[in-house]
Design a protein around this ligand. Structure first.
Ligand code: GLU
Length: 429
């Protein structure tokens, strides 16, 4: 009889959802859906001192935000009777014993334990290297190894997909399954996530909390693609998939053994892609809460239209949008293009000021502004860098920005002229 695919994501709510755990959840989800099985959320909350409700909520919120719907949910703290029953059975069979009020599981004194891992193949352990271990503490609390295995057995888990850090626990778990006469699940230990310098990603090394990425304005679609590609790659090197498409192509056996680097630049690249796919209205809806500046929604949208191509995540918006709301501050040297001179820059800015002053508001449109500036530049024998470069800096205070005519259009005649005059004063100062 074919075994039904049942996998579980089993976080301990002793901390917020970690990006690595989010990836473990995703791999479990993809595997379950690919095999028309069940994805189970199991909160391993037996550590009364360290568990917190807020962490549980954070974990569930993260999964929901990603769109990883679970089919069943369990909480270990509500299953104590089940653990008690199995503990008693092990004691009755003399497979466990009491010592100093704790309960110890009896491990074999010889032989090998083979972990059959989908990613790593057969991993062999020497049974003698595992001493008898505690499964229930003297205060009555159950130990992780025990409840983890009881639940995998009770929940008929077919595949255990979890972080590589658990590989060393797996022989103990296999011994427990055997003692309980239960079927040992298939295992897949997925590689750890590393920083770009290949050190282990830990709390100390930056943003490891999943909610930080939500707060920074990354999109679920981007994080799904990014997390899927930490340690797994599509054979065709395709980068962008919907969750449904990933379900089809995801293959556990293509997950690499070696640690996988968390490359935030790649995440930014993916997120940028998805942000640029949004309509302006959709973009504005998401961006709104990141805009700290006063302005009408019409003005905000005009600005966003120019910025949408540039922002990699939404928390960058204040920095990218700022000069549309406040007068920019910059060093006057920036006004001079590298192939120009202060004298030519002065000429260029004066020309721009004159031409733009005599342009009626009714024709203050990108195309027209571009045309008249181009024509006057040619007529005066100046180069583009003598005019457009300092105008760009005058308007934005930056060397990189949307095009000068786009900014002129959004800032409007009055504000643009004011900024160009200021630039002229600076360059002559
Ligand atoms: N509660 C364990 C953890 O968060 C679960 C390990 C497992 O998936 O078996 O690391």
């Amino acid at each position: 009889m074919e075994v039904e695919t049942r996998v579980r994501f089993a976080p301990s709510p002793t901390g917020a959802l970690h990006v690595g755990s989010a990836r473990t959840a995703l791999f479990n989800y993809l595997f379950a859906k690919k095999h028309h099985g069940k994805f189970i959320l199991r909160l391993e909350d037996t550590d009364k001192e360290r568990n917190q409700k807020v962490f549980e909520q954070d974990i569930e919120a993260g999964l929901k935000w990603l769109g990883l719907k679970w089919d069943e949910k369990y909480q270990q703290s509500k299953r104590i009777d089940i653990y008690q029953k199995h503990l008693q059975a092990l004691l009755d069979k003399n497979l466990a014993y009491k010592k100093d009020n704790a309960i110890y599981f009896r491990t074999p004194t010889s032989g090998k334990i083979i972990v059959n891992d989908v990613i790593r193949g057969e991993v062999e352990f020497d049974a003698t290297s595992f001493d008898d271990f505690i499964i229930a503490k003297s205060n009555g609390d159950f130990v992780f190894h025990f409840v983890n295995v009881i639940d995998d057995m009770e929940m008929r888990i077919s595949h255990v997909i979890r972080g590589e850090d658990h590989l060393s626990n797996t022989p103990k778990h296999i011994l427990l399954f055997q003692a309980l006469s239960a079927r040992v699940p298939e295992y897949a230990h997925i590689p750890l996530i590393l920083n770009s310098d290949r050190s282990k990603m830990s709390k100390r090394s930056g943003d490891v909390n999943f909610s930080d990425y939500i707060k920074k304005g990354y999109l679920p679609s981007a994080l799904i693609n990014f997390l899927a590609q930490i340690g797994w790659s599509d054979p065709t090197n395709r980068e962008f998939f919907t969750l449904e498409e990933l379900v089809k192509v995801f293959d556990l056996s293509r997950v690499q053994k070696a640690g996988a680097v968390f490359d935030v630049k790649y995440l930014n690249h993916i997120n940028h892609h998805y942000l640029t796919q949004l309509s302006l209205d959709e973009y504005y809806k998401l961006a709104k809460k990141y805009i700290p500046f006063k302005g009408t929604s019409i003005y905000h949208k005009k600005v966003l239209k120019l910025i949408q191509e540039r922002a990699e995540y939404l928390a960058e918006l204040p920095k990218l949008m700022e000069f549309f709301y406040t007068t920019p501050d910059y060093n006057k040297d920036l006004l001079v293009f590298k192939k120009s001179t202060p004298a030519l820059t002065n000429k260029g800015l004066t020309l721009a000021l004159n031409v733009l002053s005599s342009t009626a508001k009714t024709v203050w449109k990108e195309k027209h502004l571009q045309q008249i500036l181009d024509l006057s530049i040619a007529a005066e024998g100046l180069s583009l860098g003598d005019v457009f470069w300092p105008v760009r800096v005058a308007l934005s205070g930056l060397a990189g920005s949307p095009s000068p005519v786009e900014m002129l259009n959004v800032l409007g005649k009055e504000e643009s002229l004011k900024r160009i005059s200021t630039a002229l004063t600076k360059i002559n100062g």
